[in-house]
Design a protein around this ligand. Sequence first.
Ligand SMILES: Cc1ncc(COP(=O)(O)O)c(C=O)c1O
Length: 335
Amino acid sequence: MSDFFSQPRERIGTFPTPLEFMPRLTETLGGPRIYLKRDDLTGLAFGGNKTRKLEYLLADAKQKGATHFITEGGVQSNHVRQSAAAALLGGMRTELVLNSTDPVDQVPLQGNLLIDDLLGAHCHYVETGPDRKPKMAEIAERVKAEGGVPYVVVSGGSDAIGALGYVGMILEMNGQLVEQGVSPKCIYVANGSAGTQAGMLVGEALFGGGYAIKGYCVVPGGAEEITRDTLTLANQCAAHIGVDPVDASLVLCDETQFGSEYGCPTPAALEAIKLLSRTEAILLDPVYSSKAFAGMIADIRAGLYATDDAIVFVHTGGAPALFAKVDLLKPILSR
Ligand SMILES: Cc1ncc(COP(=O)(O)O)c(C=O)c1O
């Protein structure tokens, strides 16, 4: 018997998120039947996949008596934006460590960073990604010295506790699939810091599903390294709730949509943003979901599915970054 249901959880999101059939998109692509799991609609400060992880991380922080919620990311991090909202609801002070090469007063206050600011988060800037961890450690020491209790959350909230959010998502989605009479061949999702896909793999091991789970790498590292990290995290999460290790052959990570760099949409990702917005009026983000969606389109065009097959795309949110990346969207804008 797994310990999943006894894990502490703070209800800060809007669940269940809808599982919706996409008729216009399906018709435009000529099948298979495409469904979206709308985790862009999880509520918390513009929604997205981090809400599910933060429900478990916040509960853990509260149990440990935390006064300060410390986490890290790029200036346009969705995880950071949602962490600021979660910590605020949990009555904690938020300390965000962000990396930017711009001078602090010139970092554009827009997109996710604008929301961090509106939520009253305290931002600390460092130059590079690797500088973030030592800065978080320094802040944690300062908090302790002042009598507070720091709670440090890794990038993307992707640890054994954060990944629990996506174990639960599988249970929620499986119920909706049964209700709607849908048996998907594959579930598509973006993979950044691996927590979402890792949690889903544990969820399928625990609750069943019978579908493939395919993750698209949006950070550098290559499929081999990201597959290894995803498996490691899935097994840490599984061990945390007393579930057997995940079958390594089920960890599918695809690097073909990464492009040239993190955060930079490829032509296929831009096409994906345009296609979904013009068919179903749903907005993908330029960093994560658009690249995974482009991978799903590529599979469809490669003839992987029959017209009456079903597939699900997990929309993990991130649209606030659209406002901060207008220049990169130019090829699909009218001017
Ligand atoms: C919008 C969006 N989608 C997908 C992901 C990837 O999730 P994970 O880091 O759990 O792999 C992220 C991570 O930051 C994200 O912000």
